[in-house]
Design a protein around this ligand. Structure first.
Ligand SMILES: Nc1ncnc2c1ncn2[C@@H]1O[C@H](COP(=O)(O)OP(=O)(O)OP(=O)(O)O)[C@@H](O)[C@H]1O
Length: 278
């Protein structure tokens, strides 16, 4: 793996002292009908701290979602290992919650019921009053208290995504896995929701891995940005450390020299890894 070649040393990768999620030599291939195995991920190594916010950027088809699904336990690695808190990940679990771009809410349940269902399913030791309180707390956290009794088709895309995030957070996962969570939203709603997610994360620190195609979003939100090389046989090309203090003010960091350099470095990397097929 290469690391950044910035003259400013602060951009160099700093591994978290205590690896919470540890990915070692991860390989994932799929069988093809005629050409043997197609290798999607080829030897991914990554360590994430328990309160780190990591973004993953790479061209379409390089294997970002595959990586997230393996961490989520929805797919199996072909070889290598993925451990969370020292335990090998073999199947989905309530310690890792996924948030998808397409919301994935149950349309026949209200906003409140969508969150309640997950809480009932996972927090089996909590009594009824505690579960109601957790649901209400998370509805309030994403400003959805007044929409609690609406159905998904009665609310906007941004609100649906907030339900998905509240549902994921309500069961108190150790790690949040987000696959382009703001991808389907208009720019204004996206900006607001990014801020809300950061506010929540700053108050309830947990490990986050977020896939995005947006370099500005990655810089604004993350501690480190993982840049993937193109597939097939994709790998981690570089890991960039984001040097800005939190809480971040988007308009302030955007005007800094470091922001400009970091953004250009990421964009140049992506340009460099642009295949002729794209
Ligand atoms: N179940 C599967 N069976 C066979 N091939 C698959 C399967 N799932 C994914 N792939 C292939 O693996 C590669 C990586 O797919 P993946 O969805 O992980 O990429 P991605 O980087 O998330 O793309 P995008 O940014 O477009 O969402 C693609 O070539 C895809 O066709």
């Amino acid at each position: 793996m290469q690391y950044t070649s910035f003259s400013n040393e602060s951009y160099q990768e700093v591994k978290p002292q205590h690896g919470f999620l540890e990915i070692e030599n991860l390989v994932k291939s799929y069988p093809t009908p005629d050409k043997g195995d197609a290798v999607v991920l080829d030897g991914v190594n990554l360590t994430i701290g328990e309160d780190e916010y990591i973004s993953v950027i790479g061209h379409s088809g390089c294997g970002k979602s595959t990586l997230l699904k393996i961490i989520g336990g929805f797919q199996k690695a072909t070889s290598g290992s993925v451990r969370l808190d020292g335990k090998e990940i073999r199947k989905p679990g309530a310690d890792r919650m996924m948030v998808f771009q397409n919301y994935s809410l149950l349309p026949w349940l209200t906003v409140r019921e969508n969150i309640r269902l997950a809480v009932d399913e996972v927090l089996k030791n909590a009594n009824r009053a505690e579960r109601i309180s957790i649901v209400n707390e998370h509805l309030a956290m994403v400003n959805l208290t007044s929409a609690a009794d609406k159905y998904p088709d009665e609310i906007s895309g941004g609100m649906k995504q907030r339900v998905g995030i509240a549902r994921a957070l309500a069961i108190r996962p150790k790690m949040l896995l987000m696959d382009e969570p703001f991808g389907a939203l208009d720019a204004l709603t996206r900006g607001k929701l990014q801020r809300q997610v950061l506010d929540i994360w700053e108050n309830h620190r947990q490990a986050v891995m977020m896939i995005t195609h947006d370099v500005d979003e990655a810089i604004y939100m993350s501690d480190r940005i993982v840049l993937m090389t193109n597939g097939p046989c994709a790998n981690i090309g570089e890991i960039l450390k984001v040097p800005f203090q939190r809480p971040r003010d988007r308009s302030v960091i955007r005007n800094s020299k470091e922001y400009f350099e970091l953004r250009n470095h990421a964009l140049n990397f992506l340009d460099h890894h642009f295949t002729s097929e794209e």
